[in-house]
Design a protein around this ligand. Structure first.
Ligand code: GLU
Length: 303
């Protein structure tokens, strides 16, 4: 019996930032999330994370969408653009304010760097403005308080993780000093709005997940399942990105690139699949997708 939309509630997403064209690293995230959804007959949504205007490249969002189309990755529902969602983020912030969960922080980057405790991810905010701004201080960013026990979750690839927000992340920014909503807030509000049941993305975002779960709890949103894929790194161990000049994907011959992404994810596409048409590639990939074969590591060398 085939599942109807109401019976099958799986909903996944791919959420690229339009800072440049897709490259092998972002293709891996697109392919992993697409196959997680399609192999279960679920929905797959695309969200363009275009909140940070200064970091964006004009035309990059359209180029990403055209590449997904050329690669045979059709999405459900209209694309969501974070740049159109400011009211929703403001409403979430109001909700946090009404619980006393956020406070204004007047510290500059320099002051935080000078006084913070080094953490595994970045400098940990020492809580200077937690009990109110010192006289004469102007509010800059808004931070959310982190208190309480460790946040634990089971990642389908990376296993069980447990994280003390207080000592490992610290009170974190939900609205930046430049007035922009922070990624952590936007992603949680949007995953909630889009009804995402499983977040499949690169393991470079694993350390953000406990902060996102904390916000979901404060905002009364469900926590999705998580599956963090190994991140593709170059010969120096650096994540492929625009900064490391990862080569943009050409659209002329998508299937060999798709087969490369599939093999990177531990699947075993037969050699002749590289010569297949896009539709045939996806038929094979959807039928043979096994999440259990994804390498249980945070990073892997790109082919
Ligand atoms: N926009 C983020 C990126 O391109 C991904 C966010 C997410 O998947 O949660 O790295």
């Amino acid at each position: 019996m085939s599942l109807t939309k109401t019976e099958n509630t799986y909903c996944g997403r791919f959420a690229p930032s339009p800072t440049g064209p897709l490259h092998f690293g972002s293709l891996v995230a697109a392919v992993g999330s697409f196959l997680s959804a399609r192999s279960r007959g679920g929905q797959w949504l695309v969200r363009i994370e275009d909140l940070d205007a200064p970091r964006q490249v004009p035309g990059a969002a359209d180029r990403i969408l055209r590449t997904l189309e050329a690669f045979g990755m059709a999405w459900d529902d209209p694309v969501m653009y974070q740049s159109t969602r400011k009211e929703a983020y403001e409403a979430a912030l109001q909700r946090l304010r009404s619980q006393g969960a956020v406070y204004a922080c007047g510290c500059t980057r320099r002051e935080i760097a000078d006084s913070s405790i080094g953490g595994p991810v970045a400098a940990i905010y020492p809580g200077t403005c937690r009990r109110g701004l010192a006289p004469g201080r102007l509010p800059r960013a808004l931070r959310v308080r982190v208190d309480g026990p460790a946040v634990a979750f089971e990642d389908r690839v990376q296993g069980r993780l447990s994280h003390f927000l207080g000592s490992e992340s610290g009170d974190f920014v939900v609205r930046r000093a430049d007035g922009l909503f922070a990624y952590q807030l936007a992603v949680v509000v949007d995953d909630g709005e889009q009804g995402i049941t499983e977040v499949v993305r690169g393991a470079d975002l694993l350390d953000s997940t406990p902060r996102q779960i904390h916000l979901q709890r404060l905002l009364g949103l469900p926590t999705p399942q998580y599956l963090h894929l190994p991140v593709a790194v170059d010969a120096r161990g650096e994540k492929l990105s625009k900064q490391t000049r990862a080569a943009p994907l050409g659209s002329a011959r998508p299937v060999p690139l798709l087969a490369g992404a599939l093999a990177f994810l531990g699947q075993r596409p037969p050699a002749e699949l590289a010569g297949a048409e896009v539709d045939e590639f996806w038929r094979w990939a959807v039928a043979h997708w096994r999440a259990g074969r994804i390498p249980r590591v945070r990073a892997l060398a790109a082919p």
